[in-house]
Design a protein around this ligand. Structure first.
Ligand SMILES: *[C@@H]1O[C@H](CO)[C@@H](O)[C@H](O)[C@H]1NC(C)=O
Ligand SMILES: *[C@@H]1O[C@H](CO)[C@@H](O)[C@H](O)[C@H]1NC(C)=O
Length: 223
């Protein structure tokens, strides 16, 4: 049997809704990798082989940067190394992360600790520089994927520009939902109407068939 055409509209609306209203970023993982790092100093008393690590929120999970040993050398990474990614950023929430150096004698030394936010990434890149300590570039391609229109806007203006975008998405979601509901109700009404018509047609046909049988019987009786 051919599929009724009026069911196509709500289905299209549903697809549109699913695609559009997945507020960008909710499903994607915002993995942060290290692109490059240059240390300007180390803190250990024995500066032979420092162990440098990156860690977020209290340091339960630390990522040791295995090759970073010397100062004033720019180390670059592809992002595919075995110890990558460094961390994953939640949506609309920053993580407090830092760069540290293991210390055998006292507590670990801190290069810097800061709020790592998805918003800070411009075209998937974010550089964190601390005077006399280090300069590191972090990569998070998904972090800016949702903010196409805010790319290459300075970070002061970015916050201002971003809010209407979210509002727009929400409004469009609501509109899409309303349209979807209206579409479904309309489709259901159409379906009901069509069914009623079909039932009527079938009823009439039954009637006609009944007449035919009677005719045949009548003819049979005559003969
Ligand atoms: C540590 O990292 C692993 C793998 O990346 C993750 O599964 C685990 O939940 C993390 N633990 C904490 C305490 O963040
Ligand atoms: C930090 O490193 C990045 C990438 O190598 C570079 O583009 C940027 O200019 C550096 N910043 C400073 C302050 O050295």
């Amino acid at each position: 049997m051919k599929r009724p055409r009026y069911l196509l509209i709500p289905r299209l609306l549903l697809i549109f809704y699913v695609f559009f209203c997945r507020i960008p970023g909710i499903m994607s993982t915002r993995l942060v990798t290290l692109g490059s790092i240059e240390l300007y100093q180390t803190h250990d008393w024995f500066p032979s082989k420092p162990t440098i690590y990156f860690s977020c929120q209290g340091g339960k999970n630390r990522t040791i940067l295995p090759d970073v040993r010397q100062t004033n050398i720019l180390y670059t990474f592809k992002g595919e190394e075995s110890w990558q990614p460094l961390t994953e950023l939640p949506v609309n929430k920053c993580k407090r992360c830092g760069l540290y150096e293991e210390d055998v004698i006292k507590s670990d030394d801190v290069f810097d600790e800061w709020e790592l936010c998805a918003d800070d990434f411009v075209d998937g890149k974010y550089s964190h520089f601390k005077d006399k300590e280090f300069n590191a570039t972090f990569i998070c391609l998904e972090c800016t994927a949702s903010a196409d229109s805010t790319r290459s806007v300075s970070s002061d203006r970015k916050a201002v520009v971003k809010k209407p975008n979210v509002a727009l998405v929400v409004i469009l979601c609501v509109l899409a939902s309303v349209v979807t509901v209206i579409g479904m109700v309309t489709a259901y009404k159409l379906w009901q109407k069509r069914k009623r018509e079909q039932d009527q047609a079938r009823f009439l046909k039954l009637f006609e068939e009944g007449d035919d049988i009677e005719d045949e019987l009548g003819i049979g009786r005559v003969i």
